[in-house]
Structure formats: structure tokens, C-alpha cells
Design a protein around this ligand. Structure first.
Ligand code: 6PG
Length: 253
């Protein structure tokens, strides 16, 4: 896609990035609640999203949302219990969900305590279909999916070299990630690319070269899974800080 058509926002600092991303998410939430009386969001793990959650849980953002209308899901999860230090659910609960007046019946975490990863994925896919009241072959449509990106170009838990990057049927997969020597549970591109809004939140110079490869290099999603994201009938927005955007040539014109 030519750069002129990409929706890319760059901010001088990570603080400015998080403030802008919080306002962006707030705007989408309020629009969805006004239109459909509900806002369905898939949260991401990682330190950058954690900073966003903490910002949303504090003034001025905290009071600007009807938290009871938001339905929370996770775009990926580690194969650990929900109270484990590595749990994305635990991170979001500590940074956000425990600090705002949500309705706990609207929190749909991945059942990652189950011993078999594929069973976790199967059960979460069933939860999604039930919560969105959507049966096969239709696909649940999230209002908002937040994604981070790792230095290797992974998004959610779609890692380079894994088959899940190329999944065309399932909504949720349970890839074994060799580099981590662990299973993960993750939305597949089928679900990710069906959302109304997908927003990347990427900070730090450790991602600059990868982001250049993703946005300006050849299309090779097996190597750079971030490239698989292209919502069919939705918007894709990139929120970057200057460090992460440092290698992008089209910004230097
Ligand atoms: C996870 C995340 C993962 C994360 C990226 C970016 O479970 O680890 O979902 O995809 O978003 O690794 O993480 P940072 O923002 O901490 O670099």
C-alpha cells in the first residue's frame, strides 16, 4: 500500500505517543457505544500496551468512558495461569481492569490455565463465537484490536516461521514458539483482519529497522508477521514514537 494511503502517526516521545493512542482508543470506544451501545476490544500484551492501559485508568481519560459498556478480550495470551507473572490478563487487570468501573461479566480472558494449548484455543474460539453470536462460517467483528510488535516483527503471538501466520480458517490458534520453547494462544489473521479498527502501538528504536522492513521492504509475512495485517473492511492505524519510526525513509522527505 503506498505510504500516502497508510494511516501513520508519529510522536516525539513515548509519553506523547501513549496520550495520543489513549485519545484514539477513547474516540473509537465512544463512537461504538453511541452507535451500538457496546465496545468490543482485544487487548495486547507487552510493556508498550501496559503503558497505555495505565494512562486510560488515570485522569483525564478514566472519567471519559462508560466502562460498563466495554467488552474485553485478549488478542493473545501466554500458556500460563491468569495469576502468573507472564499473563497478559494479569498485566491488563493490574494496569487497567482493577482500576476502572468495568462489568466483570464483560471480561473474557483466555482460559490459559487449561493444560492443553489447543484446547485453550478451541475453547476461546467458542467463547468468541458465543459472545459475538456468530457461527461458522461467519467471523466475529471486533470494534478495536490493539497490537504491539516485537523486534522480530511478531504481532499478537504470530511469530516468524509459525504456521499460524498463514491460518485461513481458525479464529484462534495455539502455536508452539520454538524460540520461546513455549506454546502461545493467539488470534489468527482471519480474526484480526475482520476488525473495524486495528491499531499498532510501537515504541523504541529497537523496532526501527524491523518497522522499516515491514512498511518499506518486500512482502514476506512468514518472516515479518506484522505484514499479514490488512483489515478487509476496516481501518489500520499505526501509532509510533520517533525512535520506532527512525528508519522510515518516507518520513524523512
Ligand atoms: C505478547 C504481546 C506481544 C507484544 C509485542 C510488543 O504477548 O508478548 O502480545 O505481541 O505486543 O511483543 O511488546 P512490547 O510493546 O513490550 O515491545
Amino acid at each position: 500500500m503506498p505510504y500516502s494511503q497508510r494511516d501513520i502517526h508519529v510522536y516525539p516521545t513515548s509519553q506523547a505517543l501513549l496520550e495520543a493512542a489513549a485519545q484514539h482508543l477513547l474516540d473509537h470506544a465512544r463512537q461504538a457505544i453511541e452507535t451500538r451501545n457496546s465496545f468490543t476490544i482485544a487487548l495486547a500484551g507487552g510493556s508498550t500496551p501496559k503503558g497505555l492501559y495505565a494512562m486510560l485508568a488515570a485522569p483525564p481519560f478514566r472519567s471519559q468512558l462508560d466502562w460498563t459498556k466495554i467488552r474485553f478480550f485478549w488478542g493473545d495470551e501466554r500458556h500460563v495461569p491468569p495469576d502468573h507473572a507472564d499473563s497478559n490478563y494479569r498485566m491488563a487487570h493490574e494496569a487497567l481492569l482493577s482500576r476502572v468501573p468495568i462489568s466483570m461479566t464483560h471480561v473474557h480472558r483466555v482460559p490459559s490455565e487449561l493444560p492443553d494449548a489447543q484446547t485453550v484455543a478451541d475453547q476461546y474460539e467458542a467463547v468468541l463465537r458465543k459472545q459475538f453470536d456468530v457461527s461458522e462460517p461467519d467471523i466475529p467483528r471486533f470494534d478495536f484490536i490493539l497490537l504491539g510488535m516485537g523486534p522480530d516483527g511478531h504481532i499478537a503471538s504470530l511469530f516468524p516461521g509459525t504456521r499460524a501466520v498463514h491460518e485461513t480458517n481458525r479464529l484462534v490458534a495455539a502455536p508452539w514458539v520454538e524460540r520461546l520453547q513455549a506454546s502461545r494462544i493467539t488470534f489468527t489473521p482471519v480474526l484480526l483482519n475482520h476488525a473495524r479498527q486495528v491499531t499498532f502501538l510501537i515504541s523504541g528504536d529497537a523496532k526501527a529497522q524491523t518497522l522499516y522492513d515491514v512498511l518499506e521492504g518486500p512482502f514476506q509475512p512468514g518472516v515479518l508477521p506484522a505484514q499479514i495485517i490488512g483489515p478487509r473492511a476496516g481501518a489500520l492505524t499505526w501509532f509510533l514514537d520517533q525512535e520506532a519510526a527512525g528508519a522510515l525513509t518516507f518520513l524523512q522527505r
